[in-house]
Every structure is written in C-alpha cells, then in structure tokens.
Write a new protein. Structure first.
Length: 153
C-alpha cells in the first residue's frame, strides 16, 4: 500500500555527515551518480519515478490515487508518500533524481514532492503533465512564501 501508507525505511548504513562545504559538495557529486543509496533504488528521472510508484504500489492503491481529486492527493500524500520519497530518494542530501529535478528548476525538496505527486496523478489520468507550468507555479509560490515575512518587517 505504497501510495496511501508508507512503511518502507532505508536500509541502515552508517551515514557520515559532511563537516565542510567541500565535503558536502563531494558527497553530493558522489550521490548524484549512484543508482542506489542506502540500499534503495533511486529513479534516474521523472518517468523512472512513475515506474517505481507503480512497482511499489498495489493496483487498488493506484486506482484510489487515480480517482481522487488532484489537489487533494497532493496535499494529503505530501507527508506520507512524499516524506518517503524525500527520505528514501535522498532529496535533501542529493540523488540522481533530486539532481534531475533541480536541473528542471525545482530546488526545494517539498516542491519536488508536490511536482512528482501532481505529475503522476496527471499521467495516470491521461492529462497533459505540463511540467513547465507546474514548476513555474511551485517556484513562484516558494518565492512568495519567502518574501512574505520580509513584508511584515
């Protein structure tokens, strides 16, 4: 029941936290070349991520996801499957998928989650994904959210 309840955790390996900016960049560059991190397969691109969603989910869960309202699933699944993606696909420390999404213009892990959930929903429903439009909306919303506290000062 992958899309509704996520119970998968990454394999337990020793995680070394980079201490300097150089170490962080080196770790990032290593991560983005790996097909597996901490024992978990990392999709290479958006289509590969969609294939993973399908492979890791039951037909019933896919059907529920497909039939639900798009905006509702993006909100409801953000802290379920969304957190699973961010942790297991290493959105924070870098992976080949997060790097692919950054190259498309999505830099924030929460926006990566929203993009993938929304795009997958559209793909299942045979709707145009309109990736550039989704990305533009996410970037603009993120920019607005960051500017809001500055306006109050």
């Amino acid at each position: 029941m992958m899309l509704i309840v996520s119970t998968f955790l990454p394999a337990q390996e020793e995680i070394v936290v980079p201490a300097t900016k150089e170490e962080l960049e080196k770790a990032y560059q290593e991560n983005i070349r790996q097909s597996r991190l901490y024992g978990v397969y990392i999709p290479k691109d958006v289509d590969d991520a969609f294939n993973e969603f399908i492979a890791l989910s039951t037909k019933e869960d896919i059907a529920k996801f497909k039939s639900a309202d798009e905006d509702l699933v993006v909100k409801k699944l953000h802290f379920g499957i969304g957190r699973w993606m961010a942790v297991n696909w290493c959105f924070y420390e870098g992976s080949r998928l997060s790097h692919h999404l950054k190259e498309k213009g999505i830099g924030n892990p929460d926006d990566m989650i929203s993009f993938l959930i929304r795009a997958f929903h559209r793909k299942l429903n045979d709707k145009p994904i309109e990736a550039e439009k989704i990305i533009s909306q996410l970037v603009e919303a993120r920019k607005k959210a960051l500017e809001e506290p500055l306006k109050k000062e």
